[in-house]
Design a binder for this molecule. Structure first.
Ligand SMILES: Cc1cc2nc3c(=O)[nH]c(=O)nc-3n(C[C@H](O)[C@H](O)[C@H](O)COP(=O)(O)OP(=O)(O)OC[C@H]3O[C@@H](n4cnc5c(N)ncnc54)[C@H](O)[C@@H]3O)c2cc1C
Length: 96
């Protein structure tokens, strides 16, 4: 324990901004992350997907890239009925 006069917390990402989520009626968790699972990255609102920090909370760039690519597959499938975009499970992307 150190005595001090002032503590400054320099936080980067401290949660998603609520404005859009509230306006679209998108469910959030108690940390204001947008709710969606890794199954398909879909939110409770049809046609709205989420990935990266907005879904996981503050994380790493490798997760943002990985989730972005996974989510792209599911968005494509939602729009086209099928997708040829790679998924991690098929060995096309590195596992992180
Ligand atoms: C200070 C700091 C240092 C970090 N250092 C590292 C590190 O060394 N290594 C590492 O792996 N990770 C690091 N990270 C974490 C990494 O940056 C994030 O995990 C990653 O950038 C998340 O990517 P994302 O695409 O999910 O979100 P973001 O990169 O945050 O992209 C979200 C984008 O959406 C935009 N946006 C937000 N609201 C709206 C809106 N209403 N309309 C339109 N656009 C909007 C934002 O402007 C932003 O461009 C760091 C983070 C911070 C804050």
């Amino acid at each position: 324990m150190w005595d001090c006069d002032l503590v400054l917390l320099a936080l980067g990402f401290t949660g998603s901004e609520k404005t859009l989520a509230e306006q679209f009626g998108i469910e959030m968790d108690f940390r204001t992350n947008i709710k969606a699972t890794e199954k398909d990255y879909a939110t409770n609102v049809p046609g709205i997907f989420t990935a990266g920090d907005m879904r996981r909370g503050q994380s790493l760039i490798v997760w943002a890239i990985s989730e972005g690519r996974q989510a792209a597959h599911h968005v494509d499938k939602y729009l086209m009925g099928q997708s040829n975009l790679p998924l991690k499970g098929e060995g096309d992307l590195p596992r992180v």
